[in-house]
Design a protein around this ligand. Structure first.
Ligand code: ASP
Ligand code: MG
Length: 416
């Protein structure tokens, strides 16, 4: 069994769906489980719909636009659009129902945004069938069991593995199609695994099904040492050790979701990152290997926020105060990206999420004078050399800088 994952860009329009179908068809010699994300920017659109609804703005136009986007793809893919249009209409009704049912914010978010993946796989499944691919549609919510941490579900591995094995026993098919990003808790509520979590889904399935490999199909030729949109001379790694790949994702490389590597490394399942635009290219193989002389790796992590906690009583910052800060971060489930202390202050950088930031500041203000800056970018240069040090230490708008033997990080104001 192999696992393939196709992200939003690989199913963003009818031509893309045809292209990914061609790739799947060419790999029919193995049993295959295909994980598909929501089409194009659907998840962002669903987030926006939730936001509009929450603030009492008109959200109907946004819902209609999203529906029309899917219907346009359907019109291009199917001579008979009736059955799949009915399915989409039904999911749109579900969307309205979840929006209008008062619920806890993160829980409601998951019930709504998960529909993007369901819509996408309903369409792709019908198209596979039309193209003669014998494919079994799997509802990932019946397989991936998580706790009830909405927006960031923690996987219950035993339950999930049990469901995976049951699937193999009860439904023996050459090709399975399922949704990335979504699962459900023990009460049957839909949960999500965190934004861009479909890669993680692929790794979860691969681990629990004992797959021989995972391939993530992307619009880049493989894992690169920088984002080619920012740095045009970026190069592709032929192979990377699991550890190196995991660290890259920690620093914010968006090529693979941060949680993807661990389950694969634990079972020694290789991960291929390949281009759906040019499937003949070798791509990158991530596995247990030794690579010497890795080039500097540059990662830009956007939408960062720097918080500084200052003591107010002429004492120096001490461990009890640090523990107060860490306690607050832990309780609010906020991850630190960089931290630094001075005599009277402790500064740290986190991803910007407005509701969490406000809650954190409210907590910290009980003990500290709190300052913060938003709209920042954290640049990490791993395996740096002299020219890269020169370049990034002189980057405009640096607010914080830190380096270890292998890694240089600068936190800068985003370019306007
Ligand atoms: N559709 C989800 C998102 O955009 C999951 C994914 O694409 O991996 O965050
Ligand atoms: Mg996506």
């Amino acid at each position: 069994m192999k696992v393939f994952k196709f992200g939003g860009a690989s199913v963003k329009d009818a031509a893309a769906v045809r292209n990914m179908t061609r790739i799947v068809r060419q790999h029919q010699q193995d049993k295959l489980l295909v994980v598909v994300s929501a089409m194009g920017k659907t998840t962002n659109a669903l987030e926006e719909i939730i936001r509009l609804f929450k603030f009492g703005h008109d959200y109907q136009a946004a819902v209609l636009a999203l529906k029309q986007y899917h219907l346009n793809i359907i019109t291009e893919l199917f001579p008979n659009t009736g059955p799949v249009t009915d399915a989409i209409n039904q999911l749109m009704d579900e969307l309205h129902m979840h929006l209008e049912t008062p619920d806890e914010e993160d829980k409601q978010y998951d019930q709504v945004v998960s529909l993007g993946e369901v819509m996408s796989t309903v369409i792709v499944h019908r198209f596979f069938k039309q193209e003669g691919l014998n494919c079994h549609w799997v509802d990932a919510r019946n397989i991936i069991r998580t706790d009830s941490t909405f927006r960031e579900g923690k996987v219950d591995w035993d339950e999930t593995e049990h469901h995976c094995q049951e699937l193999l026993q009860k439904q023996n098919h050459p090709l399975y199609l399922t949704q990335g990003f979504i699962g459900s808790d023990e009460y049957g509520n839909t949960t999500t695994l965190g934004r861009e979590g479909s890669d993680y889904t692929a790794a979860i399935f691969a681990s629990c099904l004992g797959a021989s490999s995972v391939t993530i199909w992307k619009d880049v030729p493989g894992v690169m040492n920088a984002d080619p949109k920012r740095l045009p001379d970026a190069t592709v790694f032929e192979e990377l050790p699991y550890k190196e790949a995991a660290e890259m994702t920690y620093y914010g490389a968006s090529v693979i979701h941060p949680k993807t590597i661990k389950p694969l490394a634990l079972k020694n399942i290789p991960l291929y990152v390949k281009s759906f635009l040019d499937p003949q290219l070798p791509g990158t193989k991530i596995h247990e290997c030794m690579v010497t002389n890795l080039p500097p790796l540059i990662v830009f992590k956007e939408n960062q926020c720097l918080i500084s906690c200052k003591v107010t009583d002429y004492t120096f910052i001490h461990e009890e105060q640090l523990s107060t800060i860490f306690h607050a971060l832990n309780e609010l489930n906020i991850r630190l990206n960089v931290m630094q202390n001075s005599a009277i202050s402790f500064s740290f950088c986190i991803d910007f999420r407005e509701n969490k930031l406000l809650a954190l500041i409210e907590r910290l203000q009980r003990d500290f004078e709190v300052y913060y800056n938003t709209r920042l970018t954290l640049i990490t240069v791993k395996n740096y050399d002299a020219p890269h040090v020169e370049r990034y230490r002189n980057y405009p708008g640096i607010l914080l800088e830190q380096s270890s033997r292998s890694t240089l990080q600068v936190l800068v104001r985003a370019e306007p």
